[in-house]
Design a protein around this ligand. Structure first.
Ligand SMILES: [Zn+2]
Length: 152
């Protein structure tokens, strides 16, 4: 955890440090991410893999989960860095995940991606991810649509 303020350069720096911790024995493709919360705290994550490839988790979701463990659920921005020369945006699953926190928090979340070349893409999750669950979708709506609830 780091100090307060929405310092994008610091967020990129923390994401870059997290990338160096990536646990990627299969792909060897390292990704680091960092999120800054409404309280100004920064939490980092790296991508992780195991022998079963589909069980890996992206850096972005690991960073968000890291924040959640520390009691934070309102995010202002997510930074992503990878080994690619060009800037790599979060995958669709991560955009869905991030957008849900944007909906719950009632604010859009900034995504900043920087490639090894220094190329940077800055856009919000709502700009990048169209067609996700509408803003007024409740958990109950989703539960009922999947019929996962035991109560009727
Ligand atoms: Zn992802």
């Amino acid at each position: 955890m780091y100090g307060a303020g929405m310092d994008i350069e610091e967020l990129i720096r923390v994401a870059s440090l997290a990338r160096s911790k990536a646990c990627v024995p299969l792909s060897r493709f390292r990704v680091g991410a960092a999120v800054i919360t409404a309280s100004g705290a920064i939490f980092e994550g790296c991508n992780t893999e195991c022998i079963i490839p589909v069980l890996g988790v992206c850096a972005e979701r690991n960073a968000i989960n890291h924040a959640i463990i520390h009691g934070e659920q309102e995010f202002l921005a997510v930074a992503v860095v990878s080994d690619l020369s060009s800037a790599l945006l979060p995958c669709g699953a991560c955009l869905q995940y991030i957008q849900e926190f944007a909906r719950e928090g009632g604010r859009d979340i900034l995504i900043v991606s920087q490639g090894a070349s220094g190329e940077r893409i800055v856009a919000s999750v709502n700009e990048l991810f169209k067609g996700g669950f509408p803003a007024d979708t409740s958990y109950r709506d989703v539960q009922e649509s999947f019929r996962w609830t035991s109560d009727s």
